[in-house]
Design a binder for this molecule. Structure first.
Ligand SMILES: Nc1ncnc2c1ncn2[C@@H]1O[C@H](COP(=O)(O)OP(=O)(O)OP(=O)(O)O)[C@@H](O)[C@H]1O
Ligand SMILES: [Mg+2]
Length: 499
């Protein structure tokens, strides 16, 4: 079937009753709103029924829009090359390739357009599937005229907005950032490209990278750029929650499921329904929980701990780890089948030392942020300070740089940040860590230490004596694993000397 075109002819022709069984089928269809004539939109109508194509294009052309029509998916796809319609209205039942296939192909091609679907009686399942593909609206056949006009007008407004957003996003990428992520180096541009590609899909993404490389930021960016952005992103750090509580945190629990379960509670999966769930430090999840997780990922059904009701959830799962995944799988810390299920797409964040050209941009980004927060008039970095920042290896990556800049802003509330505002670790070769414990099994705390330093020594030494086992360390110290975790995280963020 060939492509038919109808320019915006403003013919006040009556509507074909068989197409548009609307109560207003004989009303004057001249544009009701003059501004649409000034800013018309391009619309593609795809339907194998000629009378529907005719009827729809007559109404829309009457509204001042430029309308093209196609009788099947192939024709529609072919004309998408030359045409960039803001809105596509498509039937689902089409000869050959059906409407759903057309929609997913449009998505795969990355064509930015607003999709409106025409549904006949009884095609509700297909309509639901179409929703998953980000269809904007449905028009039931026979199409009501005012419904059609309103839907197209709103669809066009959305399309315009989306294009503006896309334009802004491209501008941001050009200036070396994507949402909150900063960096204009080639490896970061590749990261942005991958994020843009994977964000609109439902695919699980495994975000890998050293500590502080921005894995959580990247996961948040994926969510923010996905069709799920208006729903929640629920993040859970598997290392920060005691093993015994993790299961109920993730899957929820019913009242009385275990000692202390005084009321029933929804888990992360339920909270993230229609949104995204980020499983951070996935390698810290106990193996038996991993099998349970895998089952939920496979059939989309959650059962709370101690409950029997099956809850259907629609959740996109992202996972992050700073331990190389191959090592996690080899050492048996991550189930291989779960790894394959999560690893539909891998996003690897490069360490900062491999993209030193990002250091100035990142440092400036943090500087602006902290000056805004703390006040002060910091002009920038002296050349010598910047050279030191560029030369440093950044084992703590972006987070370490952020902390170094924050510290510098505090030490230097105005003027330029010089080398003396930077910690020794950045100014020179790393100090060999002093042994705090003179006797094995004992912690020496010099008189004059602050409580904070004393606590830090005690915790770090105990952790070392426990071979890094956090649960045991917490038990010995008489604090919760969560408290231990947050303290460790804070120590990690502290500059390792006071310069
Ligand atoms: N590319 C970046 N752009 C902007 N900020 C960054 C970037 N990389 C790191 N940061 C900063 O570092 C901090 C840590 O980032 P994030 O929590 O995303 O890292 P992570 O990889 O998840 O770390 P961890 O492995 O410790 O969980 C962020 O709050 C942010 O301030
Ligand atoms: Mg993280």
């Amino acid at each position: 079937m060939g492509l038919q075109s109808r320019r915006a002819a403003m013919r006040p022709a009556p509507l074909g009753g068989e197409v548009l069984l609307a109560p207003h089928s004989t009303v004057d269809i001249r544009p009701q709103n003059a501004s649409f004539v000034e800013a018309p939109g391009r619309i593609l109508v795809v339907d194998d029924d000629e009378s529907i194509r005719e009827g729809l294009s007559r109404v829309l052309a009457g509204e001042g829009y430029e309308v093209e029509t196609a009788g099947d998916a192939e024709t529609a796809l072919r004309c998408l090359g030359a045409l960039t319609p803001e809105v596509i209205i498509t039937d689902l039942n089409l000869p050959g390739k059906d409407g759903l296939a057309l929609i997913s192909e449009i998505r795969e091609l990355g064509i930015e357009t607003t999709l409106i679907v025409l549904t006949g009686y009884g095609s509700i399942d297909t309509a639901i599937e179409a929703t998953r593909q980000g269809v904007y609206d449905y028009l039931e056949k026979p199409v009501d005229r005012s419904r059609l006009v309103t839907s197209v007008r709103k669809g066009l407004e959305r399309a315009t907005l989306r294009r503006e957003v896309l334009h802004l996003r491209r501008e941001m990428v050009r200036s070396g950032r994507l949402q909150e992520l900063v960096g204009g180096s080639a490896p970061m541009l590749e990261v942005y490209r991958l994020i843009e590609q994977v964000a609109p899909t439902n695919a699980s993404v495994l975000v890998v990278g050293e500590s502080g490389t921005g894995k959580e930021l990247a996961a948040r960016t994926i969510h923010a750029m996905s069709p799920r952005a208006s729903s929640r992103l629920v993040a859970i750090n598997c290392a920060a929650i005691p093993e015994t509580l993790l299961e109920s945190e993730i899957f929820g629990h019913e009242k009385g499921a275990f000692t202390g379960a005084t009321s029933s509670r929804a888990g992360c999966f339920e909270l993230a329904h229609e949104g995204t769930l980020l499983l951070d430090e996935i390698g810290e999840m106990p193996i038996d929980l991993q099998s349970k997780l895998l089952r939920v990922l496979e059939d989309g059904i959650v059962r709370r701990v101690g409950g029997s009701t099956e809850l259907e959830v629609d959740v996109r799962v992202l996972a992050a780890t700073n331990v190389p995944v191959e090592r996690l799988v080899e050492s048996g810390k991550l189930r291989e089948d779960l790894y394959y299920r999560l690893n539909v797409f891998t996003l690897a964040l490069p360490p900062l030392r491999d993209r030193r050209e990002d250091v100035p941009l990142l440092a400036q980004h943090f500087l602006t942020k902290f000056v805004e927060e703390n006040g002060g008039i910091v002009l920038g970095f002296a050349d010598e300070a910047m050279s030191l920042l560029m030369a440093h290896d950044w084992p703590g990556n972006g987070r370490e740089l952020r902390n170094v800049v924050e510290r510098a802003v505090i030490l230097c509330p105005e003027g330029e940040i010089g080398p003396h505002h930077l910690p020794k670790s950045v100014r020179g070769p790393r100090r060999v860590a002093e042994s705090l414990a003179a006797t094995p099994g004992a912690v020496t705390i010099p008189v004059g230490s602050s409580i904070h330093d004393a606590e830090r020594s005690l915790i770090l030494e105990t952790l070392e004596a426990c071979g890094g086992n956090r649960t045991r360390t917490a038990r010995i110290l008489g604090i919760t694993a969560k408290t231990l975790y947050s303290k460790l995280r804070r120590y990690e963020e502290e500059p390792d000397d006071e310069g």
